[in-house]
Design a protein around this ligand. Structure first.
Ligand SMILES: [Zn+2]
Length: 122
């Protein structure tokens, strides 16, 4: 049996949520479970600014996905893609989300394996 374990790491408002990501990442690692941690680019930058090397190290032991660069901060994905077709939409998504992918790679030491969008973004 295969089990897929995935967590959104997206609370940009409450610094206390950093410890939730830390606790989950550490507990799963202790049981040899690798999860998909879908991290918002801004959240990783906040960990870095707050000196949360413990959270970065714990989450970095898991598979990391980009849960957008800025999550619900406007413009959201639906807003910036609303008037776009395929080609210009792809270009706009790369423009908007690229900084998040680059910062996750720099901060967590690995490129994100996926782009996991917020629930109603599509
Ligand atoms: Zn989410």
């Amino acid at each position: 049996m295969y089990v897929y374990v995935c967590f959104d790491v997206e609370d940009l408002v409450h610094p206390g949520s950093d410890d939730v990501a830390l606790d989950i990442a550490k507990a799963l690692s202790e049981d040899d479970v690798t999860a998909m941690m879908c991290v918002v680019g801004e959240k990783a930058r906040l960990w870095e600014q707050r000196g949360r090397d413990d959270v970065i190290a714990a989450v970095g032991k898991h598979d990391v996905g980009l849960h957008t660069n800025r999550h619900s901060i406007h413009p959201t994905i639906a807003e910036y893609l609303a008037d776009k077709g395929w080609d210009d939409g792809v270009a706009e998504a790369v423009h908007q989300e690229g900084p998040g992918a680059r910062d996750l790679t720099r901060i967590l030491g690995m490129p994100p394996s996926t782009w996991g969008t917020p629930g109603s973004s599509w």
